[in-house]
Design a protein around this ligand. Sequence first.
Ligand SMILES: [Zn+2]
Length: 219
Amino acid sequence: MRWTNSRTSPGQVPVPALAVVLLLLVGGCLSSNRVPADRSSRVSTPVSSQSTTASSLPTAWQPTHSAHAWRYIVLHHTASESDSVESIHAAHLKRTTDGRPWLGIGYHFVIGNGKGMADGAIAPTFRWRQQIHGAHAGHADYNNNGIGIALVGNFEKKPPTPAQLASVGRLIRILQTTYHVPTAGIVGHGDVKKTACPGRLFPLSQLKRQAYRARGGVI
Ligand SMILES: [Zn+2]
């Protein structure tokens, strides 16, 4: 949002910046038929200084907008052999729901598996940088207040790579520390919607236990 309209010439009527709400409908997992809206009631605001951002976050993950009060971390698999932020973003940009285009990749972070992205690489998306709602959960509260993390792979067929597991553990730990997401807020997609995502071979309970211990037993 721009705030530069206050400098108007004499006689000119100041025009307030307009927040454009895009009523876009997108799905949760790619196979979803019943789709939630890709929209949010809140508007993110740009940060004026890096001092307002979380210092514990690696520089590459620093948002460009002020932090949202995240309450959940929602874990997904991409259900694909290979992928990247770019390939998922490109695919989602081509999608429409009821004739309306999607904003783009629905997740906040993607973790690569060595096919399309480096194995274990953690990449934030535009939704994370702008601290806006996701389009991944198929559930309004979890889309609005959940950080969507997708690991590339189909974990119904084979488990995540060791590098992916190390990275998702690290990402969860950093996000929990920085945004005070409760351990009870760490969920798999299948916990909030009827879906196989993130796959039967994804060690969700192990990650939850790990997070629980890392937080000193704090739920
Ligand atoms: Zn999912």
